[in-house]
Design a protein around this ligand. Structure first.
Ligand code: MLT
Length: 394
């Protein structure tokens, strides 16, 4: 008789963002005359940059001709895109080999897939609050998860505790959901800890493009990080690829455990279970790194940063405590009047039709907090802030 994976019984009934979407749809169905302003899921609203679109059109044309048509591509990505990414890192002083870079359909999938490389008995250390994918994917695999407390006192940036043993360590900086970002000195401590424990850091750099104050953008800016860290990144937030799907994972050659190369294992895993990202999408992604692409993308990022500033200024005006909004598109705020995260969610939805994400959905420490995203349109952001000011200043 088939035995299902019983670990699924240990998951929350639905994925956080699906729960939020369901609640919003129910509200919308009951109140069709009150359109909601969505600042919940971190989904972009600006269209793809013209340079990306042009490159994708060119790739579609190539697919239409016998001479230039492409069938299966390399599972680990086309060399042209890997070289562009290599150049992107090199410009920031990080030297990577092309075969350390693996193209994927996004950081979320790779976050889950990478776990194929690790034994079930490893102990996983995640911050609390945290992007739910790290917890859910390890719960599905039945791994033991321990938490590093991120809270108001430590600025939502927990530091390693030498008395705690962990094998797989998740770090997301700039952080989702809190928007807090680690300094170089702090990341040096994490790398030191991982090396001491013979552990691997899974570094989620999906929001690196929002760093503006010279803070760290890649874990490989830290000395010796190539000996202990895998970096996951994405075009979703950088270039608006949430619906287009493209990301990449860096697995350095130097990562070896029990005589096994994680890079070789990942290559083996990807060539077996994955047939690569479509040529058309990879062509579009490569255009992100051309001079016109970079310029256009910088304009889009500036637009979202301005949204973040509008929300942060609104919180300042309302006297609400928050983190993020600076090196990050997320504003992580403390719910006013001692409300729980879901109480505040309902309060905003019912009174001003503004949707955010309840902090408790990201972990126990997120209770009493709430996340707003800067990825909405300018009109939505301005209108939401206007309504927030009226409501919260009451
Ligand atoms: C979020 O809202 O946290 C993100 O959109 C999730 C994701 O990137 O998968």
């Amino acid at each position: 008789m088939l035995k299902p994976n019983l670990c699924y019984q240990n998951l929350a009934e639905s994925y956080l963002f699906s729960t939020v979407a369901k609640k919003v749809s129910a509200y919308q169905a009951a109140n069709p005359d009150k359109p909601v302003l969505r600042l919940g899921i971190g989904d972009v609203t600006l269209p793809l940059a013209p340079a990306v679109i042009e490159a994708m059109h060119g790739a579609v044309d190539e697919m239409s001709k016998k001479e230039t048509f492409k069938g299966y591509g390399p599972e680990q990505g086309y060399p042209f895109l890997k070289e562009s990414i290599r150049g992107y890192y090199a410009r920031r002083g990080v030297a990577l080999e092309s075969d350390e870079i693996f193209i994927s359909d996004g950081a979320k999938s790779d976050c889950g897939n990478i776990l194929d490389l690790f034994d079930k008995d490893n102990v996983v250390l995640v911050p609390d609050p945290v992007y739910p994918v790290y917890v859910d994917t390890n719960t599905m695999a039945g791994r033991k998860i321990i938490y590093a407390s991120a809270n108001k006192e430590n600025g939502f940036l927990p530091m390693p505790d030498a008395s705690v043993d962990a094998d797989i360590i998740y770090i997301c900086s700039p952080n989702n959901p809190t928007g807090a970002s680690y300094s170089k000195a702090q990341l040096e401590k994490w790398v030191e800890y991982a090396l001491k424990k013979n552990a691997v850091i899974l570094y989620d750099a999906a929001y690196e493009c929002f760093v503006t104050d010279g803070a760290v953008r890649s874990i490989y800016e830290i000395e010796n990080a190539k000996k202990c860290a895998i970096e996951l990144c994405s075009f979703s937030k950088t270039a608006g690829f949430t619906g287009t799907r493209c990301g990449y994972t860096v697995v350095p050659e130097a990562l070896e455990f029990s005589g096994m190369s994680l890079r070789k294992m990942w290559l083996r895993r990807q060539t077996t279970k994955f047939n690569g990202v479509s040529y058309i999408v990879q062509k579009g992604a490569a255009a992100v790194f051309t001079p016109e692409g970079e310029k256009q993308i910088a304009e889009n990022l500036a637009y979202y940063r301005e949204n973040a500033k509008i929300i942060a200024d609104c919180m300042d005006e309302c006297g609400v405590f928050y983190t993020g909004g600076k090196n990050s598109p997320y504003i992580w705020l403390e719910c006013p009047k001692g409300m729980t995260s879901w109480e505040f969610f309902d309060y905003l939805l019912e009174n001003i039709q503004v949707v955010g994400t309840p902090g408790s959905g990201f972990g126990k420490n997120g209770e009493g907090f709430f996340r707003l995203t800067a990825f909405g349109s300018r009109e939505t952001t301005l209108e939401a802030c206007k309504r927030l000011k009226t409501l919260l200043k009451k």
